[in-house]
Design a protein around this ligand. Structure first.
Ligand code: FAD
Length: 346
C-alpha cells in the first residue's frame, strides 16, 4: 500500500487496539479512505482485548527479533516526540536481579544508540540483596488516556469507526460500499477465531497487575529473582497512577483475579520501592484496581505479511489484499508505530 496512486482507495482495518488504531492513523495520514471496525474500542474495559491492560512502558525484551527491534525503534522515536502533548512521559528506569550475576549484554543491547544512558550499575552501588543492576531513561504512558487520544486523531482525519464483531475476512472486505482495496487484520487474539484466518499459533500470555495511585514517584523499577521465582515491575504513568506487575502466564486464558497474586505483587513492589506508600507498608498502597489482561502472543512471533484472498460476498469474485498485523504479545505499545508504518508499506 505504498503508492500514492492508491490514495483514494478504501481500506478496512479490523481491530481497535493500539495496533489497529495506529495502523488506521498511518493509513489515513497517507490518504487512504479508512474504515476501522472493532468489537472493542478505546474506552472499553473488556478483557476481550489487551490494549487497556498494558503497563505501558517502552522496554525491549531480550531475545526479540530484529524485525521487532526495527518496529520498536520507530515507535520509541514517535512516542518520544509525543512527550510535549503530556500523554507520554520520560521515565528513569532501574532493573535489578537477585539471581542473575551477569548482565554483560547491556553493553551490546541493540538500542544503546537510541538510549545512550543505558548502563550497568557498579556492584558497589547495588542495594543489599541484588547481584546485578542496570539503568536507562525510557518512556511510559497511560492506556486510559493514550487510546482515546488515538481515537481523536482518527476522528480528526475522518476515519469511520464502526463497533461490530466481524466473522470473517470476507465480511470485512464486503460491508463498506464500493470496492475495498485492502483489509488490515489487527485483531490480536481474535485472529484465532476470525474466519479466513483461524490462526492456531495464537496464544495468550496472561498478566495480572495492580493499578495504584502514587503521583510522587520519580522512576520505574523491575526486579527479578524473588524467592518464589517471581518478578515485579513498577511503572509510573503520566496521569499519576502506577502499574504494579505482574505475571507472564504463557497459554493461560484465565481472566479471573487471583487474590493471592494481588497480595504478592503488592508485597514485592513495596519491598522493592517503599516510596509506593511513603514507607507506610504494603497494605497502605492506594489501590485503584486489580486487573488481568491477555497479551496477544503468537508462537513463531508476530505475523506481519500481505496475503491476497478471493472474495465473493457482495459482488463478483475479486481479489483483496489482506495485511496481517497481529500477535505482538507483550510489546504492542512499544512496537505500534513501527508496525503501523510496516502495514502502510505493505
Ligand atoms: P488488542 O489490544 O487485543 O486489540 C484487538 C482488537 O481487535 C480489539 O479492538 C478487538 O475488539 C478486535 N477484534 C478481535 N477480534 C475481532 C473480530 N472478530 N471482529 C471485530 N473486532 C475484533 N506492551 C508494551 O508495549 N509495553 C508494556 O509495558 C506492556 N505491558 C503489558 C502488561 C500487561 C499486563 C498486558 C496484558 C499487556 C502489556 N503489553 C505491553 C502488551 C500490549 O498490551 C499488547 O501488545 C497490545 O495491546 C496489543 O494490541 P493489539 O491491537 O494487537 O490487540
Amino acid at each position: 500500500m505504498s503508492s500514492s496512486s492508491f490514495s483514494s482507495q478504501k481500506v478496512v482495518v479490523i481491530g481497535g487496539g493500539v495496533v489497529g488504531c495506529t495502523s488506521a492513523l498511518i493509513l489515513a495520514q497517507r490518504g487512504y479512505d479508512v474504515t476501522l471496525v472493532a468489537r472493542d474500542l478505546p474506552g472499553d474495559q473488556s478483557q476481550g482485548w489487551a490494549s487497556p491492560w498494558a503497563g505501558a512502558n517502552w522496554h525491549s525484551f531480550p531475545g526479540s527479533s530484529s524485525q521487532v527491534h526495527a518496529w520498536e525503534r520507530i515507535a520509541y522515536l514517535k512516542l518520544k516526540s509525543l512527550i510535549p502533548t503530556g500523554i507520554v512521559q520520560t521515565l528513569p528506569w532501574v532493573s535489578y536481579s537477585k539471581t542473575a550475576d551477569d548482565n554483560s549484554y547491556i553493553d551490546s543491547a541493540w538500542y544503546n544508540d537510541l538510549i545512550p544512558d543505558h548502563k550497568t550499575l557498579p556492584k558497589s552501588e547495588l542495594p543489599n540483596g541484588y547481584l546485578t543492576g542496570s539503568s536507562l531513561t525510557t518512556l511510559s504512558l497511560a492506556p486510559a488516556t493514550y487510546l482515546p487520544w488515538l481515537l481523536t486523531q482518527l476522528n480528526n482525519l475522518g476515519v469511520k469507526i464502526i463497533r461490530r464483531k466481524v466473522e470473517s475476512l470476507e465480511e470485512a472486505a464486503s460491508f463498506v460500499a464500493g470496492n475495498v482495496h485492502c483489509v488490515v487484520n489487527a485483531t490480536g487474539l481474535g485472529a484465532a477465531s476470525l474466519g479466513g484466518v483461524m490462526d492456531e499459533e495464537c496464544m495468550p500470555i496472561r498478566g495480572q497487575t495492580v493499578l495504584a495511585r502514587a503521583p510522587w514517584l520519580t522512576y520505574g523499577l523491575s526486579v527479578d529473582g524473588f524467592k518464589d521465582g517471581t518478578f515485579v515491575y513498577i511503572i509510573p504513568r503520566p496521569d499519576g497512577n502506577v502499574i504494579l506487575g505482574g505475571t507472564m502466564d504463557v497459554g493461560s486464558w484465565d481472566t479471573s483475579i487471583h487474590q493471592e497474586t494481588t497480595e504478592r505483587i503488592l508485597k514485592n513492589a513495596y519491598e522493592s520501592m517503599p516510596e509506593l506508600s511513603k514507607g507506610q507498608g504494603w497494605e497502605k498502597i492506594e489501590i485503584v484496581s486489580s486487573n488481568v489482561g491477555l497479551r496477544p502472543a503468537r508462537r513463531g512471533g508476530a505475523r506481519m505479511e500481505l496475503e491476497v484472498v478471493k472474495v465473493k460476498k457482495g459482488g463478483p469474485e475479486r481479489k483483496v489484499g489482506v495485511v496481517h498485523a497481529y500477535g505482538i504479545g507483550p510489546a504492542g505499545y512499544q512496537s505500534s508505530w513501527g508496525m503501523a508504518e510496516n502495514v502502510g508499506d505493505l
